[in-house]
Design a protein around this ligand. Structure first.
Ligand SMILES: [Zn+2]
Length: 358
């Protein structure tokens, strides 16, 4: 048995936001758009105009902060009052996951409109729910992937480059994580072995990043859209998600989970954690030194982290490294690796990365 899952429609391009209403019209008659205060101010008028032009009812709802069960419940009440039959998330991961949480709670259509490309969340069925301290509490799942993912590359080009860089970090590991799952005989998040489509998506994701990432980051630093940025965004928003849902996650993402417990790394981005986690995974895989060094050179070129000090952990203590290793084992992704790893091996691999990454 194999299962393949993905969003049913993906729309990407400069000024795509102005087409949002038209693409939503096939999904329903009334949209609740959940966004943060900044995006409401920057993009709210364009969103409302696009729904008006498509003759679809729309209400903007400003979402206050962290994605918690309480926030989802309160917004679900608003959605019921408005009579929405689709819920649109507009913004970063928190707004998108909150919108998905409301869609899940009420059984409505789900639409993701990311305004940064910092992770693989927008096209995914997964919803990460946190507590007020930003420690992950739950991962919920929509019964199907979002019905529509729409990415305006003009908006992405105007966001800070650090977000796109983190999106590259979250995507660059996927080929190696999918391969690790396949060689461990692990099942994907869909409960089956990886499909060939999933494995090929992960391969393509990596190739596109290696070819286009540097030029795409330069484009974003100049606030411009070019073909490199279009290619890179397709890899980091669409292929990255297809890769992990249909190929599986492994040690790179386990390490990323561990980072969320490190006090001194607070405020650093998930994608950067994954990029570092990939280096740890490659050490555990006993990859040739030349291979790892070449990848570290690429990280340096595009500004991805290679040392714990890049996350604010100047001179990381043995205790911090031990905590990172132990908390990483909390993640189910740590078990999708063969031969099985324990906290001691992760600790040794982290220390090796600290030697190599300078
Ligand atoms: Zn991720």
């Amino acid at each position: 048995m194999r299962i393949f899952a993905a969003t049913s429609r993906y729309v990407q391009g400069d000024a795509a936001l102005d087409e949002l209403g038209r693409h939503c019209k096939v999904l329903g008659r009334s949209a609740l758009v959940i966004t943060d205060a900044d995006m409401a101010r920057l993009l709210g008028d364009r969103v409302l105009a696009s729904f008006k032009a498509a003759d679809v009812a729309c209400a903007l709802e400003v979402f206050p902060g962290e994605i918690t069960h309480a926030a989802i419940t309160a917004l679900a009440q608003d959605s019921l009052r408005f009579g929405a039959d689709m819920v649109v998330g507009l913004g970063g991961g928190k707004a998108l996951d909150t919108a998905k949480g409301v869609a899940l709670k009420l059984g409505l259509r789900s639409i993701s409109v990311p305004t940064i490309a910092s992770n693989d969340g927008p096209a995914s069925a997964a919803i990460a729910v946190y507590d007020d301290e930003h420690i992950m509490q739950d991962i919920l799942h929509l019964p199907r992937n979002p019905d529509l993912v729409l990415v305006d590359t003009g908006v992405i080009a105007n966001a800070p480059a650090r977000f796109l860089r983190a999106g590259i970090g979250d995507a660059i590991s996927k080929k190696f994580e999918a391969q690790a799952c396949a060689s461990a005989g692990a099942l994907t998040l869909l409960g089956t072995p990886a499909s060939l489509t999933g494995l090929m998506a992960a391969d393509a994701c990596y190739s596109i990043i290696r070819k286009h990432a540097a030029a795409a980051l330069r484009a974003v630093e100049a606030k411009q859209v070019n073909n490199d940025l279009e290619a890179l965004v397709e890899a980091t928003v669409l292929l990255s998600t297809i890769s992990f849902e249909n190929g599986g996650l492994s040690v790179s993402h386990a390490i990323a989970r561990g980072f969320s417990y490190l006090q001194r790394a607070k405020g650093t981005l998930h994608g950067d954690h994954v990029a570092y986690g990939l280096l740890v995974q490659l050490v555990l895989e006993n990859r040739p030194l030349a291979f790892i060094e070449e990848l570290i050179g690429f990280y340096h070129e595009i500004g991805l982290p290679t040392l714990l000090q890049d996350f604010g952990l100047l001179q990381p203590s043995n205790k911090e490294i031990r905590e990172l290793a132990e908390k990483s084992m909390v993640s189910p992704s740590a078990a999708r690796f063969s031969p099985p790893v324990d906290a001691n091996q992760l600790e040794a691999a982290i220390k090796r990365v600290e030697q190599l990454g300078g």
